[in-house]
Design a protein. Structure first.
Lengths: 728, 483
């Protein structure tokens, strides 16, 4: 045998694809290659579902036709990889399988070659029953997600997962096509860059060549895309991978993809038009038509009417302000709140009377959701026979009830809900949650509807703990530029030229027109309380670029993972990513993140620093992702001495130092509990339910006092003897 | 093989056939103590005269054809935090160095009532606070498999004594793994029963909501007999459960066909020595071959167990150990001119070792004004989350197989410098205490000549399943060595 003969050659030129076979191929001799999806042995005939990337076809092995191949086929197991030659034939009447696209035909098998074998599967992969009308034995959807992710390569074999990944590819291609047509070009920006203004949640990459220095992974290509505008790239876009070391949240990934785009010599309307075009074409991939232009709503309007800057417009239940109408109400709860400068808002739930019983309103909402959000109460009434009725209706004057009903457009069968509080943001927050929760409960949300919305005119600044901060980022263009950077009141009134794209109450993207003139940028920094020197160290290179002739420009970023999930109705964004991280920001497949090789750490100059903390985390079962590498908590000498006094212990100097260190180390470790949301968890002091134990009150012999006293360090005449207790 | 190396059930059948006497057994144990004790230091007190006296009485019962039970004439030891009437009970502490209780702990009493022969009190971490038995005021115990290494703790003396043939059976206590860890490190079987299964009367309190008396032996069968002897309601312990007592030994042979065994994904993560992990997976595979079905399970809050445990245990300890004031028993240190407070402080400062002080301090800190909500209350809430994890898992599985320790027995002194490192050794065991579950620790082979242990955790009060799984595994191992 010569060398060439021993190489496994495959009939890839002749290969047919399972899912593409049709009755028009009947009579053809073909070769298929793929995985054994399912097996059914009839004793005299053996059926398999053969699966490749295009779909599934049934293959029949008949001992009459080829006894050797039939015997070989009887050894097949799920997910073996095989090559089968055979002839396409019509199925016998009554044995068709409408579950399969190829259900009218089957392949009468000839030669069978097993290309590779598979170990028993950790979970079922097959999604198609072999007999029409038969249930699958086990649904892969019930498999634990981490197990699926650990064997993601098997999970991906499932046609439903392949479909998602193919759609993702089509969507990305659609984006590229649409933007290409508009004259955009895709430019790649660096992954290894320097820490950005949002710095705190950056992933850092140690530099081997520059010891002690770090690159950081971009949270967005913000500064680079603006530099591209300075560089004269008129219309830029990128399907950009971004990284954010955020605290764990169910629908967040440490790395995610966004459509990042930026254009020069344009204003907001250009961005709206381009993005609407792109988004509409993306949705049309799934056969969903969106109406253009997308409606727009100012931030103030959204907050007033829906209590949120990302309202879900698939249903109504708009809020109305009742503060003026109830100015002189006799209901003293409201009266007090109005007197203290508070606000009363409400909405009506159309035909809500039946689903929202008094019990539900009282227990689930007034005493459930509302206090959980910090609200102090909820007032509700029902419209019955043209009158608002409830147990508090008596406190309102007749005309007030009329006004409320009219203002909230209440009709018979409606429920109206009112929230009053001195804090307007709290009123909005509570009403917003009530609106969503009630709409879901009443099934008022049409799941087939997609309602996009531009939210505009955001505040430029917001009040943060440490002072004034940018609502978006400091490069956002204000609507007016003639402001005084020292006038706090005025600053908080300013609006920005920022916009968010919201679909069905989810923020899908956002952007802004950027500042292109240095003097405006400097005013913003001044307003933020940033000195020239600080601005220089933070983004000096960028500020320098701004001074070399920057065109007016603006852009936007769209979350691709989220849009994909929305378009395909996926239960989580992880479903749309080939190799996602799990909810704990870890990868069960590769076990990333993992400890580094000490030699590698040494080479990076990290050995000394990391081993200290690596030792503490090494034996921890799962490193807590997103936990800030904050400095160790410290405990002062005074605290140690105070606790020693409480513990009735005298400590010498060495003890104090030792305990200072030990207590800090333990408390630092237990601070990981902070990641848990335990607000509504009842404390558990005992594994058994605590109950009083009663026993019969009967006289019994007690311990002999002299036996007890025998253990005493000092006693006298049948008593324990102790030093004086009273101070002299 | 010496008598002291046989299992209790082997000895019980030899006794019944008249092929050995209780005195011979006890003598064999005492001789072994003579040989090994100098290097092991597993005992704080050995009671040879009482033991031989009890053995002779057992022999008299056998001669009369009226043994009290299967444990009649079988030697046992009690951890030195279980009160023994007339025998020093030190808790491994200077503060109780000369304390002689006037009563027996219920578990000890019940063993004695069955005819078992008490040969001594075993070494332990002071007040059961430790994972290596290095915190004893009377010197560390050493691991019989390698005297340079620790036996685990805090019931290290009990486990080492069983492993070395210095006893046949042992009582211990388990607050965060104090039976299961030493059992794993010494290659013996250790059972922490459900909280409430065994009376805590006469067990010196460390953390009352977590403490539980349990058993150590060389076989699961021996553990089952011991559990049967010591468990059950006791009016002296209001937390002891008033439930019917299953006949644990008789259900051991029922097999595990179709039993669903959970493998908690969250335990097989970094921090667990990979070679230890591999051993435990092999053990799980053995159980699968015996007919059990392995189910992947999640205990997402497992990683918070250590934090939760050390907050709750130290808080309870700071309160429980307030009783050591030098007034009624134990050590007293006082200046003639001093007052009561001075005496209490001087007594406690001289009587407690550093780890005990550390835990009292930590407990006082987390209970102190301003920190209660941030630490103790939070830990109590997380404790409920951890319990909810297990409740959920036990809807789908009948028991859980898990590692007993993240590492192999470590060298003496290796983890004493950083207390946190020592605490982390308990990472796989504390959950059973927080949730009150029964958990069995047993050996699954050796690595570099050192024993590797694993745990079987069950539903509350379902010791039967846990023991059954352990027994099936043990039998399968015996089979495979025969082959």
């Amino acid at each position: 045998m010569n060398q060439a003969d021993s190489i496994e050659t495959l009939p890839w030129r002749e290969r047919a694809f399972c899912g593409r076979l049709s009755p028009s191929d009947i009579g053809q001799e073909i070769v298929l290659m793929g995985w054994v999806d399912a097996i059914r042995d009839h004793g005299n005939l053996l059926f398999i579902h053969l699966r490749d990337t295009s779909g599934i076809v049934q293959v029949v092995f008949d001992p009459q036709r080829s006894p050797a191949d039939y015997r070989k086929a009887s050894l097949l197991r799920e997910e073996f990889v095989v090559q089968v030659a055979g002839r396409v034939v019509q199925r016998r009447p009554g044995t068709e399988n409408p579950n399969l696209v190829t259900g009218e035909i089957e392949v009468a098998a000839g030669k069978l070659v097993v290309l590779s074998e598979a170990r028993p599967l950790p979970f079922p992969i097959s999604e198609k029953a072999m007999v029409f009308g038969e249930e699958l034995h086990a649904s892969p959807d019930k498999v634990d997600e981490d197990l699926r992710l650990r064997y993601r390569y098997l999970d991906i074999r499932r046609p439903s997962v392949q479909e998602i990944l193919k759609t993702r590819y089509i969507l990305l291609k659609t984006i590229r096509d649409a933007l290409h047509e508009q004259g955009f070009i895709e430019v790649e920006t660096p992954i290894l860059t320097r820490s950005t203004p949002e710095g705190a949640r950056d992933y850092l990459v140690p530099s081997r060549l520059h010891r002690g220095k770090f690159y950081s992974l971009p949270q967005s290509p913000q500064l680079f895309k603006q530099l591209l505008m300075v560089g004269g790239i008129d219309r830029y876009f990128q399907i950009a991978r971004c990284f954010r070391d955020e605290d764990l949240r169910p629908n967040r990934q440490p790395e995610f993809s966004q459509l990042d785009l930026e254009a020069a010599f344009i204003d907001e309307t250009f961005i709206y038009e381009v993005v609407e075009e792109v988004v509409c074409r993306m949705f049309s991939v799934a056969g969903i038509a969106l109406r253009r232009p997308f409606p727009r709503m100012t931030y103030e309007n959204a907050m007033a009417r829906y209590g949120t800057d990302k309202p879900d417009l698939r249903f109504g239940m708009e809020f109305h302000d009742l503060t003026q109408d109830l100015r002189s109400t006799g209901y003293d709860v409201f009266q007090r709140i109005i007197r203290d400068g508070g606000r009363i808002k409400g909405f009506s739930v159309k035909a809500g009377s039946r689903a929202l019983s008094k019990n539900v309103l009282q227990n689930d909402y007034a005493q459930g959701l509302v206090p959980a959000l910090g609200g102090r109460g909820m007032t509700w009434m029902k419209m019955i026979d043209g009158r608002l009725q409830s147990n508090v209706a008596q406190f309102f004057r007749e005309e007030e009830l009329h006004t409320i009903a009219r203002r909230l457009e209440a009709q018979d069968g409606d429920v109206i809900v009112m929230i009053a509080d001195v804090s307007t943001p709290l009123v909005n927050k509570v009403l917003c949650s009530l609106r969503l929760d009630m709409a879901r409960r009443l099934g008022m949300i049409d799941q087939s509807l997609f309602q996009p919305l531009w939210v505009t005119h955001f505040p430029l600044f917001e009040l943060k703990e440490e002072g004034i901060g940018s609502k978006h980022h400091p490069f956002t263009m204000p609507e007016q530029t003639d402001f005084d950077p020292t006038d706090r009141e005025q600053l908080l009134m300013l609006h920005s030229r920022a916009y968010d794209l919201v679909i069905n109450g989810e923020e899908c993207g956002g952007g802004s027109i950027r500042i292109h003139r240095m003097e405006i940028q400097q005013k913003i920094f001044a307003a933020l309380g940033l000195t020239q020197a600080e601005a220089e160290t933070k983004f000096g290179f960028f500020l320098k670029a701004l001074q070399y002739g920057t065109p007016p420009h603006g852009g936007l970023a769209l979350g691709i993972d989220r849009l994909l999930a929305l378009i395909l109705g996926l239960s989580s964004i992880r479903e749309g990513i080939a190799f996602p991280k799990n909810r704990s920001a870890a990868c069960p497949l590769t076990q990333a993140p993992a400890e580094a090789d000490p030699a590698q750490l040494r080479e990076l100059g990290l050995a000394g620093k990391v081993t200290a903390s690596a030792e503490t985390t090494a034996s921890q079962p799962t490193p807590v992702a997103g936990r800030p590498a904050a400095a160790r908590g410290t405990i002062s000498r005074e605290e140690v001495l105070h606790v020693a006094r409480l513990s009735r212990l005298q400590l010498d100097k060495a003890d104090v130092e030792c305990f200072q260190h030990d207590l800090a180390a333990v408390l630092d470790y237990v601070n990981a509990l902070a990641e848990l949301d335990i607000e509504n968890v009842e404390p558990m002091s005992h594994v058994l339910e605590i109950k009083n134990v009663w026993r019969e009150d009967v006289a019994a012999s007690t311990e002999d006092p002299s036996a007890l006293l025998a253990a005493a360090p000092e006693s006298e005449q049948g008593y324990y003897k102790v030093p004086k207790i009273l101070e002299s | 093989m010496a008598a002291c190396d046989l299992s209790a059930m082997q000895l019980a059948s030899l006794l019944r056939r008249g092929e050995i006497s209780a005195r011979q057994i006890t003598t064999s144990v005492l001789e072994r103590i003579e040989q090994r004790e100098e290097s092991l230091n597993a005992f704080i007190t050995v009671t040879p005269e009482q033991a031989l006296d009890q053995a002779d009485r057992a022999d008299a019962r056998f001669r009369a054809g009226r043994p009290l039970s299967m444990l009649d004439g079988i030697p046992f030891v009690a951890k030195d935090n279980l009160c023994t009437r007339g025998i020093k009970t030190t808790c491994g502490s200077r503060i109780l160095e000369n304390y002689v209780p006037s009563y027996d702990a219920t578990a000890v009493r019940r063993m004695l009532d069955q005819g078992a022969v008490l040969v001594g009190k075993t070494n332990m971490d002071e007040f059961a606070m430790g994972s290596s038995t290095e915190n004893s005021a009377f010197g560390p115990t050493r691991n019989p498999h390698d005297p340079q290494r620790v036996p685990g703790g805090s019931s290290g003396g009990s486990a080492a004594a069983v492993a070395a043939g210095e006893t046949v059976l042992a009582l211990g206590s388990d607050t965060g793994g104090s039976i299961r860890l030493p059992a794993a490190f010494c290659g013996v079987v250790g059972l922490k029963p459900t909280y409430g299964r065994v009376s805590r009367y006469g067990l010196v309190s460390y953390a009352s909501s977590l403490d539980q008396v349990g058993t150590l032996a060389r076989t699961v069968m021996d553990c089952a007999w011991m559990l049967k002897a010591v468990c059950g309601h006791d009016h002296r312990d209001s937390t002891s459960a008033d439930l019917p007592i299953p006949d644990f030994p008789s259900t051991l042979g029922n097999g595990i066909h179709g039993l669903r065994i959970g493998l908690p994904h969250d335990y097989f993560v970094e921090g667990l020595d990979p070679s230890v992990a591999a051993r435990i997976r092999e053990a799980a595979d053995v159980l699968a071959e015996c007919g059990a079905r392995l189910v992947d399970t999640r205990l997402p809050n497992a990683r918070h167990a250590i934090s939760t445990y050390y907050l709750i245990a130290t808080a309870e300890a700071s309160s429980n150990l307030a009783r050591y004031d030098g007034v009624r028993y134990g050590l007293r240190q006082a200046k003639p001119s001093g007052d009561m407070i001075q005496m209490i402080q001087a007594t406690r400062s001289a009587g407690f070792g550093r780890e005990v002080k550390r835990r009292i301090m930590l407990g006082s800190y987390v209970l102190s004004a301003g920190y209660y909500d941030a630490y103790y209350l939070k830990a109590q809430k997380v404790r409920r989350l951890i319990k909810a994890d297990f409740d959920r898992v036990f809807e789908k599985v009948d028991c859980i197989v898990a590692p007993a320790s993240p590492c192999l027995p470590f060298a003496l002194g290796e983890k004493t410098a950083e207390p946190l490192q020592m605490y982390l050794v308990d990472v796989f065991t504390v959950s059973a205490n927080l949730v009150g579950l029964p958990a069995l620790s047993l050996n699954c082979g050796t690595l570099d000549g050192l024993p590797v242990g694993f745990q079987v955790m069950g539903r509350p009060f379902d010791e039967e399943t846990v023991l059954r799984v352990g027994h099936v595994y043990e039998q399968a191992q015996v089979e495979s060595t025969r082959e």
